[in-house]
Design a protein around this ligand. Structure first.
Ligand code: ATP
Length: 308
């Protein structure tokens, strides 16, 4: 039986007094997609760079396609694709030139011209890297990670800076890769991305895994986890609304004009919220009772304060 795509046990990495990775365990089976989530500075990139063989761990075991990336990088490199955070290339190199250069390192590369077309870069093939837009640079960087037909790809925030059309294109491409049996480990700050793509989500904070599971299991629909959500003009007095509900209910304005009522949602609660809105001349739109989304679970686990 072949080894898992990635298997990490007790991984630790320190930079001076900072413990960037503090005992991480994770496993990515072959052909699956794992999304690593966490606030800024949580240790995601460091974990990925250790798997890629670019950073040496201080403790723990890492096996990538059954190999030790620190000691067997020569054997590993041709089998993996890497898209680093923010990409990068020689500023003057043209898009197609760069992809062809990367393709020469692979035994059985994909056709670079075809891949540029798939990623919507056909008309940009002669443009120097520095003149590509941020989203085009990201797509080129993804093309470089994929051109060698890797068995496993590491993608560090692959769709950051992409417009919604490009993001959807990349999601489709990642779905197709997975259907072809390619394993994918990606980091992202987009909960929608993790929810749409991942078999397993691993949430890290301060270098530690604080939750993992499928998106559905993490947002499991339990009676007390359900929420009432609605939209209305921003700036409603959420404390006043909470006071109209039985003790223990919380009301939050999670984004301007987006409200969440937390606590056991029953018909009486829905009726109280609707009546309160009517009394205060508030039109409650898009009222919805359902499970928490991944973003809500993430904020609950990692807190709402901004990381510095
Ligand atoms: N080469 C380095 N030297 C010193 N400190 C580092 C180095 N690389 C990372 N760190 C520190 O390690 C911690 C984890 O950083 P890392 O880049 O892994 O986080 P991240 O989860 O990828 O964050 P982001 O979401 O912002 O990309 C941070 O405190 C960071 O400042």
């Amino acid at each position: 039986m072949s080894a898992p795509a990635v298997e990490i046990t007790g991984l630790v990495k320190r930079f001076g007094s900072v413990t960037a990775v503090d005992g991480v365990d994770l496993r990515l089976p072959r052909g699956a997609l794992l999304a690593l989530l966490g606030p800024n500075g949580a240790g995601k990139t460091t974990t990925v760079e250790i798997c890629e063989g670019f950073v040496r761990p201080d403790a723990g075991t890492v096996r990538v396609l059954g190999l030790d990336p620190a000691r067997e990088s020569g054997a590993l490199r041709p089998r993996i694709g890497v898209m680093p955070q923010g990409g990068g290339a020689y500023p003057g190199v043209r898009a197609e030139e760069m992809l062809r250069l990367v393709a020469t390192c692979a035994a059985r590369p994909l056709d670079p011209a075809w891949l540029l077309d798939v990623l919507g870069l056909g008309s940009a093939r002669r443009i120097p890297f520095k003149r590509l837009s941020g989203g085009q640079q990201q797509r080129l960087s993804l093309a470089c990670a994929l051109v060698g037909r890797p068995e496993l790809v590491f993608l560090d925030e692959p769709t950051s800076g992409m417009d919604p059309q490009a993001r959807r294109l990349v999601w489709e491409l990642l779905g197709a890769l997975r259907a072809d049996g390619v394993s994918v480990l990606l980091t992202t700050h987009l909960m929608e991305e993790a929810e749409a793509l991942a078999d397993t989500v691993v949430i890290v904070d301060n270098g530690k895994v604080i939750a993992q599971g499928s998106p559905t299991s993490l947002t499991a629909e339990q009676a007390d986890a359900a929420q009432l959500r609605f939209r209305a003009r921003s700036g409603l007095d959420t404390q006043l609304l909470a006071a109209a509900l039985p003790e223990g209910y919380l009301v939050r304005e999670s984004a301007p004009g987006a409200y969440r009522v937390e606590g056991l949602v029953d018909p009486q609660v829905v009726s109280t919220v609707t009546a309160w809105c009517a009394q205060h001349g508030v039109l409650a739109e898009e009222m919805h009772v359902g499970r928490r989304d991944l973003e809500e679970v993430f904020l609950e686990l990692t807190g709402r304060e901004l990381r510095t």
